[in-house]
Design a protein around this ligand. Sequence first.
Ligand code: ADP
Ligand code: MN
Ligand code: MN
Ligand code: MN
Length: 357
Amino acid sequence: MALAEYIWLDGAVPTQALRAKTRFLPLSAELPAPGDLPYWSFDGSSTGQAEGFDSDCGLVPVAVMPDPLRSPGDILVLCEVSDGDGRSHRGNTRAGLRTVLAAGAALRDAWIGFEQEYALIQDGRPLGFPDQGLPPPQGPYYCSVGSDRAFGRQIAEEHARLCIDAGLMYYGLNAEVMPGQWEFQIGYRGLAEEDAGLLNTADHLWIARYLLHRVAERHGVIASLANKPVAGDWNGSGMHTNFSCAGTRAPDGMAAIHKAERLLAHAHEAHIAVYGDGLEQRLTGLHETCSISEFKAGGADRGASIRIPQDVEGKGRGYFEDRRPGANADPYLVAARLAATVFEIDIEAATGMALVA
Ligand code: ADP
Ligand code: MN
Ligand code: MN
Ligand code: MN
């Protein structure tokens, strides 16, 4: 027997939150396949996912990893939510991404990497902010060392270890521009044996977020994914999304990257609509962002919507970075939207389903 932590996305508006509950199950030492784990119900009226008179929702296991917070043999179980009739729940954005993949995106061999920024909050302000007034202005904090400028490192480090022990595609971490703000990346690491596809990587990011909240709990702080945790001259938190496909990685990949830029320029509003809540506070044109009402693509330009990294320009192939998604964006929606635009998949025509936040 071992402990299984069933994890799902709730029905909170405008930003879905993580929920989890634990079940003691007969498990062997081997990591089970999701399909071998039982379906489990929960009270959807307590999570914004059902009405009280018909409140049963279901948890359908879709991904399993070792639980690095408990004992060897215990597991984390990421779930999709089904409604009382066993159909996919209307808020199940993972199912939306599966639909886009099935409508043709899967054939394009897309890889993705997310840069998740977050702020560590205690007593209503980020770590490193004094209880009166403000810390010295931004400048020394990004990738900093020293206890006068790096605040909360122990949490970022513990989180890294947990992600690695859970087998996630953890890429790296750094202190960010605002005091108490950090980033970690999840996704493509150049390893042929890893699945850096859209679905698997987005699953990994959700589990990494779950682990981040649990580590922060231990330390009595909140890991905030708010787009603009502190108003004023302080960087917001984003979720830069790095994207490539067979076409962009081919020897003449730059042509495919430029084509993607043109398609993305036309679909700007549709992307902004699913790139997170409060995005207008972050995408101001200041603080290394492009204004929300503008679309700009550029090589190595951190004020662009889409940036082509310098080494990609040099090689003439590779990936591009979408700098617009906010820290609180849903990686399933971001991945689905990018794939639909770049691969010219009309989701509504293909499936009768709209891609909405
Ligand atoms: P930045 O310079 O923007 O801060 P980071 O070093 O934080 O970039 O993150 C780089 C990201 O790019 C990682 O998430 C990684 O997974 C992703 N990445 C690298 N190569 C590719 C690729 N070929 N396709 C998709 N994502 C990629
Ligand atoms: Mn980064
Ligand atoms: Mn960053
Ligand atoms: Mn970036």
